[in-house]
Design a protein around this ligand. Structure first.
Ligand code: AP5
Ligand code: MG
Ligand code: ZN
Length: 217
């Protein structure tokens, strides 16, 4: 199965993609995580961090290439994948269509987590991530048992550099202008499903599993 999880910044893509990946044994491919893992001592790592800190998209050429390299790996080819944060504009979506045709791994379903803009800033600002294992928490909606310590591995929690009110404004306007048009793109392709992302994390997961149980049947 090849899935795409969409949604505005802070909608819950990463949180839900991790659960879907575990349930269906898919590889979780997050472009944001790939960019954040680039070595910050290199020119490329520095450039990418500047784009992210400003809330701007990284150029398509680089983004497309990194995704293609990842999807060609054996784990993705053998198990299927869930894309999180890519594509983010129509050009990237067209590129993905061409590429998935070449590798014969077309998208099975596009899941869009819908959350109204006013809730997204609070979600991003309260987010905390484990430095060690990448687990995601929220100070109010999904707190760790001990403040700033990861429940699963004891690692220290940190805040992303782009999770500020100011950068979130830019990320949301980039979403409106570039990414929202993908909803119509995938509706036309007939593989689109929308989920109410304002419910609790567990309820959203349940709704996603429901959609996929009918897709798989
Ligand atoms: P990326 O890392 O993809 O960030 P994003 O799209 O802004 O989305 P987030 O990761 O912020 O949110 P999420 O939807 O994953 O939410 P999460 O599950 O963490 O991209 C970052 C940057 O990289 C971009 O700005 C760009 O510069 C670059 N980039 C990435 N992909 C690119 C591409 N394709 N092209 C070009 N540039 C690209 O949840 C958020 C918080 O809410 C958490 O604290 C969580 O615990 C909480 N939460 C989750 N669900 C719920 C719920 N149901 N109720 C209450 N709280 C919840
Ligand atoms: Mg994310
Ligand atoms: Zn951890």
């Amino acid at each position: 199965m090849q899935l795409l999880i969409m949604g505005a910044p802070g909608a819950g893509k990463g949180t839900q993609a991790a659960k879907l990946a575990a349930k269906y044994n898919l590889v979780h491919v997050s472009t944001g995580d790939i960019f954040r893992s680039l070595n910050e001592m290199t020119d490329l790592g520095q450039q990418v961090r500047r784009f992210m800190k400003a809330g701007k998209l990284i150029p398509d050429d680089l983004t497309n290439r990194l995704v293609e390299e990842r999807l060609e790996c054996n784990d993705c080819m053998d198990n299927g994948w869930i894309l999180d944060g890519y594509p983010r504009n129509v050009e990237q979506a067209q590129n993905l269509d061409v590429f998935t045709n070449i590798i014969r791994r077309q998208l099975t379903c596009v899941l869009n987590i819908h959350v109204p803009a006013e809730k997204l800033i609070e979600r991003a600002i309260g987010r905390r991530i484990c430095k060690n294992c990448g687990a995601t928490y929220h100070v109010k909606f999904n707190p760790s048992k001990v403040a700033d310590v990861c429940d699963s591995c004891g690692g220290q929690l940190y805040q992303r550099a782009d999770d500020t009110a100011e950068t979130m404004k830019n990320r949301l306007s980039v979403y409106e202008k570039n990414t929202r048009p993908l909803i119509d793109y995938y509706k036309q392709a007939g593989i689109y499903a929308e989920i109410d992302g304002t419910q609790t994390i567990d309820k959203v997961t349940e709704a996603l599993f429901n959609v996929l149980s009918s897709v798989k049947a």
